[in-house]
Design a protein around this ligand. Structure first.
Ligand code: ADP
Length: 649
């Protein structure tokens, strides 16, 4: 090389490692080259085959590079290779070559850069990228990178297999295109909120449509990637296919609805059945009551009394079934009226007085002095629970007696929790049977049914009623010693107990049927037996009765004549009871528009009472008519509350 000295000076000062090769042999190496490969003197390398400095697996490629050059193909100016250091370490190098010819001799000048560290960083980066790629590709949930216009940029295999489109197909579709039509607007709106920065992310259930048309339910979580300028750049969506669980959930809901419907149908059937049975019972009991009012021989009276007791037992079973089905169907509603607890408890004890006396059992009542006289609640339901417990106590006690007591459990300004106890000295209940007691149709011993009778519904009804009164029911018992049934219930308290008390006493204390003569009552009832029964009862009370059998006749007569009281059956031919009541209460009506109306219905379901009161009626009596209750309600309406009604001309 003519300019060898000049080159030498330049190359020596080069930071990059340089070697000059002729015929494959090093003829020059600079200091950096020596340093890079761990040599000290250039003599160690000058004259050596350059190929020896390259790791064996790269030697062919290097020779080929030369051959390719010979074939006139483009010689790559830059290539990567691996070099061997003096101590036989391998380093990654980037080689830049240029050729130079002089005196028909070819020189190769190679500038070599150690890129080992760069390579390692690259490798780490590649590995990490690879890992993320695999993670993305193999994720069990669908993952998609979406443009802010809503087009997929990258989606994984889970998405394509979930929706049935290829990645290419999907990339040309906005995500709304494969979203179920009904979900599209809502979905796009929330996506816009995310893009507009109103929300940081969202997660919702949505439906996609598979390429073949079927619906895919998904739980989709969507978040945003912002660019360095803080503006939205990409959207990440994670999509989980929940179709199976959704359908399972739907099936479950369907099954639940079907079960509820079946239960409602069952309850409705039971209610209808008991209605059908209660209607003729109305006639039987009523007629027996009427017959008992006539002149009878002692023998006849005795038979009739037995028949009456049997019908009452039948009615009790019927009422149990009706109550149970009403509670089951959620159609039992509680009243919230002030009542005198002592009166109610005495009434219940009176009911069982004869039974207890027959069995020679004592009956005691203890009301703690902290218990207020008047409380607000549903006295009918309290009476029902107490009757059940006292009835059972008498049924299962042969000697000793029954003690009923009530104490205050806790109270506030507005309400009070009372604890009732019915203790007997009867046969007791085995420990292992106690938990079954409050379940429907359960009796401690099946032989009980034969010996003592009963449906096994009593305590189940009590538990449900007590639950409705925010209380609990439980039992403590010892076989052969006796049982203690307890229940708690929450009642309202009213201001001015004395006033409430006075009113109540007025109500219950009102006796006699004075002033009933010359009072006119209209009975609207299509059932002949019921109509006859009410007519006779009212006539015995001294009223003058007009009876009609359908709604049309009722309307006609009411237009012409004033009445003191109307007894209105709800299910009437032509015009029903509700319509008649609403018509009478309308402003336009001048005759009878304030006459008290008592609704009579064989159905006693939740809402009936409200419907009657809404239609402007004043009272509500369900069939079969209880003679005592019937008389009480009429007295209450016509005598106690009469000030409230317009006087008739
Ligand atoms: P039923 O209407 O048949 O009396 P209940 O639900 O009222 O049904 O009572 C269920 C069963 O619990 C009874 O058949 C009886 O075995 C038992 N039981 C209830 N009260 C008492 C009691 N005071 N003493 C003993 N056993 C009782």
């Amino acid at each position: 090389m003519k300019n060898e000295l000049k080159f030498r000076v330049i190359f020596e000062h080069f930071v990059d490692a340089i070697c000059v090769i002729r015929n494959g042999v090093n003829i020059f190496v600079n200091k950096s080259f020596l340093d890079m490969l761990g040599y000290e003197n250039e003599e160690e390398l000058i004259g050596r085959d350059v190929i020896e400095l390259i790791t064996p697996e790269f030697r062919d490629a290097t020779i080929n590079y030369k051959r390719n050059g010979d074939k006139g193909e483009d010689i790559p100016l830059v290539f990567e290779s691996k070099a061997l250091t003096k101590d036989e370490r391998v380093i990654d190098v980037e080689v830049r070559v240029s050729t130079y010819e002089e005196d028909e001799k070819e020189y190769i000048i190679a500038i070599v850069r150690n890129i080992t560290e760069e390579k390692m960083e690259d490798k780490a980066l590649r590995e990490s990228e690879e890992l993320f790629r695999k993670l993305f590709e193999n994720a069990a949930v669908g993952v998609g990178l979406i443009s802010i216009e809503g087009y997929p940029i990258k989606i994984n295999a889970a998405v394509t297999s979930m929706l049935g489109y290829t990645e290419k197909e999907m990339k040309s579709m906005k995500f709304t295109e494969y979203t179920y039509e009904e979900d599209q607007n809502k979905d796009w709106a929330i996506f816009k909120e995310l893009i507009d920065g109103k929300i940081p992310f969202y997660s919702h259930e949505k439906r996609y449509v598979h390429k073949d048309g079927h619906i895919i339910w998904s739980r989709t979580a969507v978040s945003m990637i912002k660019g360095s300028n803080g503006k939205p750049q990409h959207i990440i969506a994670m999509v989980q296919d929940i179709t199976k669980s959704k359908y399972a959930e739907e099936e479950l809901i369907k099954a639940k609805n079907a079960a509820e419907a079946a239960s409602r149908a069952k309850s409705q059937f039971l209610a209808n059945m008991s209605h059908e049975i209660r209607t003729p019972m109305n006639g039987i009991i009523g007629m027996m009551d009427l017959t008992l009012m006539t002149q009878l021989t002692a023998e006849q009276r005795g038979y009739l009394e037995i028949a009456k007791t049997s019908t009452h037992s039948l009615l009790r079973v019927l009422n149990d079934i009706l109550d149970y089905s009403k509670i089951e169907a959620g159609k039992m509603e509680l009243e919230q009226l002030p009542f005198d607890l002592k009166n109610v408890m005495n009434e219940v004890l009176d009911l069982f007085h004869i039974n207890a006396k027959q069995k020679n059992l004592y009956m005691k009542l203890k009301i703690d002095e902290t218990v207020p006289k008047i409380i607000i609640g549903d006295y009918i339901r309290v009476r029902q629970v107490l009757s059940n417990l006292i009835g059972n106590a008498i049924k299962f006690t042969m000697q000793g007696g029954i003690e009923v007591s009530v104490t205050t459990e806790e109270f506030s300004h507005e309400d009070i929790k009372l604890k009732f106890q019915v203790a007997d000295t009867g046969i007791g209940i085995p420990k292992d049977k106690m938990n079954k007691l409050f379940k429907s149709f359960s009796q401690v011993d099946d032989s009980n049914t034969r010996e003592y009778g009963g449906t096994g519904l009593g305590l189940a009804i009590c538990e449900k009623l007590v639950g409705m009164m925010d209380g609990e029911i439980w039992v403590e018992s010892e076989e052969g010693v006796g049982s203690n049934f307890y229940f708690t219930s929450v009642f309202g308290l009213e201001e001015g107990h004395n006033e409430g008390n006075r009113k109540l006493e007025e109500k219950w204390g009102a006796k006699g049927t004075e002033n009933s003569e010359n009072r006119k009552v209209l009975v609207v009832e299509d059932d002949k037996v019921s109509s006859k029964l009410t007519t006779i009862l009212l006539e015995k009370m001294g009223f003058s009765v007009t009876a009609v059998v359908d709604g049309r006749a009722a309307v006609e007569i009411l237009k012409k004549e004033p009445f003191h009281l109307i007894l209105l059956d709800m299910n009437l031919p032509y015009v029903d009871g509700y319509t008649i009541a609403s018509m009478l209460r309308s402003e336009k009506q001048h005759i009878n528009n304030r006459t008290p109306i008592i609704a009579i219905t064989a159905y006693a379901l939740k809402g009936d009472r409200e419907k009657c009161l809404d239609a402007g009626m004043n009272e509500y009596i369900s069939k079969p008519i209880n003679t005592e209750e019937f008389i009480k309600k009429i007295i209450e309406l016509l005598i106690v509350k009469k000030q409230g009604y317009q006087k008739m001309q």
